[in-house]
Ligand binder design. Structure first.
Ligand code: ADP
Ligand code: MG
Length: 395
């Protein structure tokens, strides 16, 4: 895979697919992590005299313009972080985009409006995506893929346009790939994986794949209850995916065969309702009352998990241990984050909510080996799937 070092960019129009999909509260960016992660590539290209044209998506605007998903606030923030103005085109491939690109001098930067305002961007129809990719390609001489959080999507700006222009991977994608290789091809053992979050079915593929790669798999979050139920335990009104019970039983059996240690919580914070002010208490994992829901792993589990992580050389964590957005149920997530901070292992945090949890709970990002900008993309890579946006950058 070529990197931007392999491209001669001076005086050229370079289309950069970035991941600028940040959380917004109205027009206020509540976490600019992904914009900051996109800066190095854009800055490097601009400093080398490229005319940088950035394309990105924000949210899911359903294929039509919608001011609630405009990238305009992102253009302003990107300009602040770059310390140079960012011209903003009010469409993606229309009159505004063409005029904005034509007005760029060497070293200038422009951002095009939300690429998902165009239905063709995410179309399942190759020809429709291809036509839209032609329009994007006509704005540039070279293509740089750097939107790691979107590389698992076969979208026009991620995949098709890369095939139409000389291309290379940006610095963010290169950095994320280096990390993923440290989790797969050259993993240092013991390798522990902590999985949480809300849906088992989202993470089954990765568990399946890790059963012959990880040494230890620790389970927290809403997924726990499908595992406990699979062992015949009462889980009350907790999240439960009944249709996954057989699959989960099969995983537990395979883990035993493969000598992979599955670590499940020993205690649970069980609440009367899904609310911060609901009555709640810590109960043993095999004694969840029928009318209670588990919203976090308990303190003994936090200690157990920390102990299971203490001698690891590599840790990958995806998915909060509980409903960390509500203070009474943030303890398990905090305990795991602290265990990663205290560990000498190479630690990787993947997943939008997990990364947000680490930051909102006040941890220093630099205390982790790597905080990935792409949860879905990282998981699909670890599942062993082919990612279209990486595939297109090969060759
Ligand atoms: P990520 O974005 O890091 O991949 P997910 O999207 O899979 O993580 O899951 C995050 C969500 O899981 C959080 O909003 C959190 O509140 C929720 N969650 C964690 N534990 C539980 C639980 N026991 N019951 C319900 N929701 C939970
Ligand atoms: Mg999430």
């Amino acid at each position: 895979m070529k990197t931007i070092d392999d491209l001669d960019v001076a005086g050229k129009r370079v289309l950069v697919r970035a991941d600028l999909n940040v959380p917004l509260d109205g027009a206020t960016i509540t976490d600019d992590g992904r914009i900051r992660a996109s800066v190095p590539t854009i800055r490097t290209l601009a400093e080398r005299g490229a005319r940088v044209v950035v394309t990105a998506h924000l949210g899911r605007p359903k294929g039509e313009p919608n001011p609630a998903y405009s990238l305009a606030p992102v253009a302003a923030r990107l300009g602040e972080l770059l310390g140079r103005p960012v011209a903003f085109a009010t469409d993606t491939v229309g009159d505004s985009a063409r005029a904005t690109v034509a007005s760029l001098g060497d070293g200038d930067v422009a951002l095009l409006e939300n690429v998902r305002f165009n239905a063709a961007e995410t179309s399942k129809d190759d020809a429709e995506r291809g036509l839209f990719a032609d329009a994007l390609a006509s704005l540039a001489d070279l293509y740089v893929g750097d939107g790691f959080g979107a590389v698992h999507r076969k979208h026009a700006s991620v995949y098709d346009v890369a095939l139409k222009l000389p291309h290379a991977a940006g610095q963010l994608i290169a950095a994320e790939l280096d990390v993923l290789k440290r989790l797969t091809e050259k993993v240092e053992r013991p390798y522990a994986v902590v999985l949480g979050g809300s849906k088992v079915s989202d993470k089954l593929g990765v568990i399946d794949n890790l059963l012959d790669k990880a040494d230890r798999i620790l389970i927290g979050g809403g997924m726990v209850f499908t595992f406990l139920a699979a062992q015949g335990r009462e889980v009350g009104t907790s999240l439960l995916e009944k249709d996954q019970l057989d699959t989960v039983r099969d995983y537990l059996r395979r883990a035993e065969e493969n000598g992979v240690e599955f670590v499940l919580p020993v205690d649970i914070v069980a609440a009367a309702a899904f609310a911060a002010d609901a009555e709640h208490s810590v109960v043993a994992a095999d004694a969840i009352p029928a009318d209670r829901m588990g919203l976090d792993i308990g303190p003994d589990s936090g200690e157990l998990f920390a102990a299971k992580l203490s001698d690891a050389r590599t840790v990958f964590w995806n998915g909060p241990m509980g409903v960390f957005e509500m203070a009474p149920y943030a303890g398990g997530t905090r305990a795991v984050a602290q265990a990663l901070v205290d560990s000498d292992a190479f630690t990787v945090v993947g997943g939008g909510d997990s990364a947000a949890a680490v930051r909102t709970l006040g941890f220093d990002e630099n205390a982790f080996g790597h905080i990935s900008t792409g949860g879905g993309a990282s998981l699909e890579y670890l599942e062993g799937k082919t990612l279209p946006g990486l595939d297109a950058l090969e060759g």
